[in-house]
Design a protein around this ligand. Structure first.
Ligand SMILES: [Zn+2]
Length: 247
């Protein structure tokens, strides 16, 4: 049985620590922050019933800063952290996607794929992860920042659907659809845990994108080595910047 942290996106009325109070809004006025909390609470029930220890980063309509959300998982070295969101764009675009930070461990990639698979099956929408390397959409996301998380925490952010599409908002009003989504989330997490990827990856010691489980150990390096590492990384950043086209 595992410790699982669910993070209902947004909340409250004011921006806090990089977290906006609300983002997507349905055409009928449904708010993303209300749905994310409700789905989180439903998934909590399902996962608790399976014997897991579940913590939510918020259980009411209050905002929590992005680093503080991650800190809930870091404090208990939770193997799983999933941030729950819904999208909004132009009232017609529809699809389901699950994101990892640009710097993410292969544990996070595994969790991302497991959650996305179940969520796409539940919503029946376009798989917006399709075509992305390894089926993982990458984006720099404050709540998934590797430096805010325990290296063994697999973390991802699911954008269930675009709730600004009228038909989707109507479905999201029903208990049946909310239960279906919550079950997909719980099942995706269970699939990840059942695959035993934690042990497998720890044994293999392989991580993607240069983010390593021992990344936190950098602070323990002798000062000279750490300064050299910093210089090297700055140089790489500079080189990348120079190669980027100016717009
Ligand atoms: Zn959001």
């Amino acid at each position: 049985m595992a410790k699982i942290v669910l993070d209902p996106g947004h909340g409250g009325t004011a921006k806090l620590g990089g977290s906006s109070p609300n983002n997507a809004v349905g055409q009928g006025g449904m708010l993303e922050k209300t749905v994310t909390l409700d789905i989180g609470l439903r998934a909590e029930k399902l996962l608790t019933a399976k014997g897991h220890t579940v913590k939510l980063t918020r259980k009411a309509d209050n905002n929590v800063g992005l680093a503080d959300r991650a800190a809930v998982a870091k404090a208990i070295a939770a193997p799983v952290f999933v941030s729950i969101h819904l999208n909004g764009f132009n009232k017609t675009t529809q699809g389901t996607e699950t994101l990892c930070d640009t710097l993410h461990s292969s544990l996070s990639a595994d969790l991302c794929r497991a959650v996305q698979k179940r969520m796409v099956a539940a919503t029946g929408h376009t798989d917006r992860n399709k075509g992305h390397p390894g089926g993982v959409k990458r984006q720099p996301l404050g709540v998934l920042k590797p430096s805010s998380h325990h290296p063994k925490t697999a973390c991802c952010l699911v954008e269930i659907s675009f709730m600004d599409v009228a038909a989707e908002e109507a479905k999201l009003k029903t208990n049946a659809y909310r239960d279906k989504i919550a079950k997909a989330l719980a099942d995706g997490i269970s699939d990840y845990l059942a695959a035993g990827s934690i042990e497998a990856v720890a044994a293999k010691g392989s991580f993607e994108d240069g983010f390593q489980a021992g990344g936190g150990k950098a602070t323990a390096l002798p000062k000279a080595a750490s300064v050299a590492a910093k210089k090297a990384s700055t140089a790489t950043k500079g080189a990348k910047k120079a190669a980027a086209p100016r717009r």
